[in-house]
Design a protein around this ligand. Structure first.
Ligand SMILES: [Zn+2]
Length: 182
């Protein structure tokens, strides 16, 4: 039996697997059987580039994205799913609203950091690809990618510090207005 990598033994196999399913009829999730990235999204190689499988399927089934910034949004909230019926092009804002509905995302950068695993953070730091490209691949904002590259990460202690600072500032404002807080 030949040694098989998770990306498939022959180049193009994951792509032809997708092509064979672009008119998939089932309403169940179609789970990507090849490699996944740190966030559970199916990935495939195209030369030296890594593509997100759901994005490739979205283009195969529904045509190219209206803009390069459009995301392949899952109606099912399952990042490993490539069922063309569950994927549509959506703006980042629409996709974000979906994720809140699915409970797979919270608010803004805090949750972006929270869902990034250590391996993904390292990959982002070591990569010399454009921030926008990495943001798409890891499904986070470019702002988050830039912060990771700048060495900033989210942690709860940092959040507490920020809360303490804003509480302090609020108190100072109240005092300046002449109304003391207890
Ligand atoms: Zn699905």
């Amino acid at each position: 039996m030949p040694r098989a990598s998770r990306l498939g033994t022959s180049p193009g196999q994951p792509r032809s697997w997708l092509e064979g399913r672009r008119f998939h009829l089932s309403d169940d999730c179609l789970v990507w059987p090849f490699a996944i990235n740190a966030f559970g999204y199916g990935i495939l190689k195209a030369g030296t580039r890594t593509l997100v499988a759901s994005r490739v399927m979205c283009a195969m089934a529904h045509g190219q994205p209206p803009t390069p910034d459009h995301e392949a949004a899952h109606s099912c909230g399952n990042p490993q799913c490539v069922n063309p019926k569950h994927i549509r092009w959506a703006t980042a804002k629409e996709n974000h609203a979906d994720k809140i509905g699915h409970g797979t995302n919270g608010a803004g950068e805090k949750s972006n950091f929270a869902k990034l695993r250590a391996g993904a953070m390292l990959a982002i730091r070591e990569s010399d690809e454009p921030s926008a490209e990495l943001a798409r691949r890891f499904d986070v904002t470019t702002r988050t990618v830039r912060h990771i590259r700048g060495g900033r990460t989210w942690n709860p202690e940092h959040a507490l510090t920020l809360d303490a600072k804003s509480a302090h500032r609020a108190k100072v404002r109240e005092i300046n207005r002449g109304t003391r807080l207890t």
